[in-house]
Design a protein around this ligand. Structure first.
Ligand code: PRP
Ligand code: URA
Length: 204
């Protein structure tokens, strides 16, 4: 249930995202590029249905996406992964869950939630950093309570503690990540990680 992106371009982008010298404009561009690769990886198993079209020469039966797709970025850093998904899947509905970690306790507090109808949809919850897993577990719970049955969690960097928390709390939810990192520090930041994703994305 853990999928780690294996692609030379993904590895190249990760290295530059991690680099403390990368400024916000370049950071946003790199996050967008990695988001595209992750979006392709996390949607490999989407259901399709037969659809017949007329080419200029004859009828042709191809495949088309069968079910509505919903993305739910966790504010604020998840916004950095939203555009690449919208680029590839322009018809998705977008829900938002706002969570913010307390700097002392690292426990996430919910401050916003707005979700579209989730019946019979496939839902991708997006958050670049899976650290303790507290935010991811909370967001997945909220989205399930709103009716989602088939979910995936997509992130850029995952710590072992966060992976274990999601697997314990939501064993049915596959995790897609571009990097499987080593540990957390005593402030619950990912090691080696890339620092505070939201701060680096928005220059705060
Ligand atoms: C970051 C990140 C995740 C969370 C991960 O958000 O975007 O949501 O921390 O940590 P966890 O796995 O220990 O819960 P943050 O609270 O810094 O808010 P921001 O996105 O607004 O910067
Ligand atoms: N949130 C971040 O942005 N970075 C971390 O390393 C952990 C949580």
């Amino acid at each position: 249930m853990l999928h780690v992106l294996q692609h030379p371009l993904a590895a190249h982008i990760m290295t530059h995202l991690r680099d403390r010298r990368t400024p916000p404009a370049a950071f946003r561009r790199l996050a967008h590029q990695l988001g595209i690769l992750l979006a392709i990886e996390a949607t490999r198993d989407l259901a399709t249905k037969a659809e017949t079209v007329e080419t200029p020469l004859e009828a042709c039966t191809g495949r088309a996406l069968a079910r509505p797709l919903v993305i739910v970025p966790i504010l604020r850093a998840g916004l950095g992964m939203t555009e690449p998904f919208l680029d590839l899947f322009p018809d998705v509905s977008v829900g938002y869950v706002g969570l913010e970690r307390n700097h002392q306790t690292a426990v996430a507090r919910s401050y916003y939630c707005k979700l579209p109808p989730l019946d019979d949809t496939r839902v991708l919850v997006l958050d670049p950093m899976l650290a303790t897993g507290g935010s991811a577990v909370q967001a997945l719970t909220v989205v399930k309570e709103a009716g989602a049955k088939e979910l995936s969690f997509v992130c850029i960097v995952a710590a072992p503690q966060g992976i274990a928390a999601v697997q314990a709390g939501h064993p049915d939810v596959p995790i897609f990540t571009a990097a499987h990192d080593r540990d957390l520090n005593d402030k619950k930041y990912i090691l080696p990680g890339l620092g505070d994703f939201g701060d680096r994305l928005y220059g705060t």
